[in-house]
Design a protein around this ligand. Structure first.
Ligand code: GDP
Length: 481
């Protein structure tokens, strides 16, 4: 790790706000979460709502009318792709053709500047009440890679194999493990053998990620979310069973796998850490709690382990590897249980309580201290409205929206055009049973189409949402004070 410390000092020695090319304050806001957690939808809604002065009653600068103007700036960093805001907005507002935008596949960025009425005389004269927000969208899978910085190939291999010899991982790993048993780690390195091992390992990771299993902690992150590395030799490695067989020397399969792993850490994980992650000021982590609740106790245990991993990345303190690496720290983190619109509002506080309980557990395990943390049940774009259905003399609190074509509940298959009211089920008041996995398969979900929106971008037309403003207030509200 000593090399890493030196590197970190050099990286931060050369980094200052001057590097952003701005004379007024900038906040780098990280938006992350595992694949399909809702990052793209959140960022698109956030930008649209800020640009058009949407009603965000819990976001004080907006609610008090202090934001005078909001506009997008040219892309600040020539090496990074721009977040495709206009394209995503067009998808969401395409009338009858409206659809959810293309999900996050790689890191992207967008700079939004807000001009506001400062509260302090001093602020007015130093930077004229301007704040830029660099929104950085990146896959949560990449974040969960950061511990690899401190693990050798052998330690990673052993830990990975130990983890997938138990629980639900075991059955999905069976085929790949059988293949591993046939490999001679000391045999001469063979590209085709390495590629096949990597292919089987990736197939195992993908199976663990499927909705019905919904595991979260599945590094290396680029295997499931390769970004620009799709097909790259950097991804042709896999764990080997080094306990059962003697390790190989120079030129062996073992040596090849170790070299590839080291390259992955050096050329993928490390640059991500220094160039992006370590420069963030604020962070929102979107979490698909509902899918994990429905998938059962293993998915929840795994989600909790992933949240511990996330908090370890953000931990501040002398014993934290992350905070020893960079002096700068994240001030505020919002964990948001996304897609809360799939539940009736009577369950929103309960969803929040479940996320809080998961986080309390994870924070204790990660010995977390440092940033302010909030948990919120959120929907960045609310696709449903509420309805009551009377069934067998009982009123059921339902949600109504247009289910995506082909979605089904029981025998009913939806056509993608008509509205349907669905009783998703209620969450319990006490998070205990839900966290014990007692909600496996209890909740009824379908994917809804985005709500119909006019494409006229008249002032105050924001997307309908749930608690997006609360998340925003927690993340950046203080920057306007
Ligand atoms: P990403 O992979 O984190 O970028 O995920 P996306 O933002 O692309 O969201 C994945 C999918 O989740 C979308 O295509 C929608 O189907 C769904 N989704 C995201 N946000 C919401 C929301 O607020 N409400 C509802 N009902 N669905 C959402």
């Amino acid at each position: 790790m000593t090399g890493l410390f030196d590197e970190a000092r050099m990286a931060f020695g050369s980094l200052s706000d001057a590097a952003t090319g701005l004379t007024h304050p900038t906040i780098r806001l990280g938006v992350t979460g595992l694949s399909r957690a809702g990052k793209t939808v959140f960022i698109t809604a956030l930008i649209h709502d800020l640009l058009h002065g949407a009603r965000l009653p819990l976001f004080t600068p907006m609610a008090t009318g202090r934001i005078a103007r909001a506009y997008l700036e040219p892309q600040p960093d020539d090496r990074l792709p721009r977040f495709a805001y206009e394209e995503h907005l067009a998808a969401l507002t395409a009338g009858d053709e409206r659809h959810w935008p293309q999900s996050t596949r790689r890191l992207s960025q967008l700079r939004l500047t807000l001009e506001y009425e400062p509260t302090r005389f001093f602020a007015r004269h130093t930077h004229g009440g301007r704040l830029s927000i660099d929104i950085v969208d990146y896959p949560g899978e990449w974040l969960l890679d950061l511990p690899l910085l401190a693990l050798s190939y052998e330690a990673w291999s052993t830990a990975t194999l130990a983890a997938n010899r138990k629980g639900p991982r075991k059955q999905f790993a069976a085929e790949w493990h059988a293949h591993l048993g046939t490999l001679d780690v000391a045999a001469p390195a063979d590209e085709a053998v390495a590629a096949e091992a990597a292919r089987m390992f990736t197939a195992y990771l993908a199976r663990c990620r499927a909705d019905d299993v919904s595991l979260s902690s599945l590094p290396p992150g680029r295997f499931l979310m390769p970004g620009d590395l799709d097909g790259s030799p950097l991804l042709t490695f896999a764990p080997l069973d080094l306990e059962a067989k003697p390790s190989g020397g120079r030129g062996s399969l073992h040596a090849l796998m170790r070299r590839r792993y080291d390259s992955y850490v050096a050329h993928v994980v490390r640059p991500f850490f220094f160039d992006h992650f370590a420069r963030l000021d604020r962070q929102i982590v979107l979490v698909d709690v509902l899918t994990a609740l429905n998938a059962g106790s293993e998915a929840l245990t795994d989600l909790s382990a992933a949240l511990t991993g996330v908090l370890e990345c953000f931990r501040v303190g002398t014993r934290s590897w992350a905070s020893q690496l960079f002096g700068r720290r994240i001030d505020a983190i919002v964990f948001a249980a996304s897609k809360a619109d799939l539940l009736h509002h009577s369950s929103h506080d309960r969803l929040e309580a479940i996320l809080e309980a998961l986080l309390a557990d994870a924070a204790e395990r990660a010995q977390f201290s440092g940033a302010r943390i909030d948990a919120v049940a959120m929907s960045a774009i609310r696709a449903t409205r509420e309805a009551v259905i009377r069934q067998k003399g009982e009123d059921l609190a339902c949600i109504a929206g247009v289910p995506e074509k082909g979605e089904r509940i029981g025998k009913e298959v939806f056509d993608g055009m008509s509205e349907a009211a669905i009783f998703p089920g209620d969450l319990p008041e006490d998070p205990g049973p839900a966290l014990a996995g007692e909600f496996e398969g209890h909740l009824k979900f379908v994917r809804f189409r985005p709500p119909p929106m006019k494409d006229d971008l008249s002032p105050h037309r924001g997307f309908p949402h749930i608690r997006l403003d609360r998340a925003l207030e927690f993340l950046i509200g203080d920057a306007f004070r």
